[in-house]
Design a protein. Sequence first.
Length: 301
Amino acid sequence: MPSWRTTLTAAGIPGTRLREDYTYAARRVLRRESAPYLALRLLAAPPLVPALAAGLAFMNLVDDVAETGTPRQRAAGLAALSERVEAALKSGDSPDPLLRAYAHAVDSRGLPAQWISRFLEGAATAEAAFDGFAAEEDFQAYLDAYAWPGVLVFTGLQYRGGPDPEQAAGWRRFVDAAQRVDFLADLCGDLAEGRLCIPRDRLDEHSVTRADLEQARETPAVRALLAAECRRARTALDATHGILDLAEAGLRPVVATMAELMAHQLTAVERAGVAALRRDIGYGLAAPLRILVRAARRRPV
């Protein structure tokens, strides 16, 4: 793995201040999401790494603001952040080093601003005001408004000029699977915070109440509901096959690793069953390391 300084040089990042900005963004990702950061550093082509690290840091920043505080605080925070982002994208400058790095990445890679504005709008509506899903259609609307543009403000930076329609559609399938797995893995924590991420009509279909889930009741109906949700997630994961062909060559090892980690986490949820209502299902430590090492060995030199 090349040094960070060598990586910045390979990406053509000029000037001391801008290199420090990208370093700040990368360190933020490392603190918050060490597994994705390590995957980028170990597996992605060095010229792509700084921009993608800045993109992931930006996505995390918006997520954090959209999920922190009361609804009024979230709305105010996102409105202020949107103004700062717009100013940074227009001027290329900002008091925030993360936004300076991201603005440079967007400009240098040519990512269309529509993805950023869609993500910020979705954060202020679909995420900040989230109150669950009545049906599958509401989940799909959430993906379109928030999760899909959210993944493209990050992964879209791999493409010069942004993703074409086929590439964007491929990432739409990917985020469908990723969001289903994430919601299942985080069921316990989400319910503790008052978030129910399984559509309510599917609870009705299985004669399961919200209280059944909150109290982790070990009933045939709860087991059947969770098994059905896992099957939906598995079907969505199967539908992401082909995403590697739509990724830039320098990012394919990372995308393959992301898909493998997602499949590993879903398998853990399937094995946990009702226990997923008592504790969140993480990646663990050994499996991600195993997957990363295997991917690093496969990576072309």
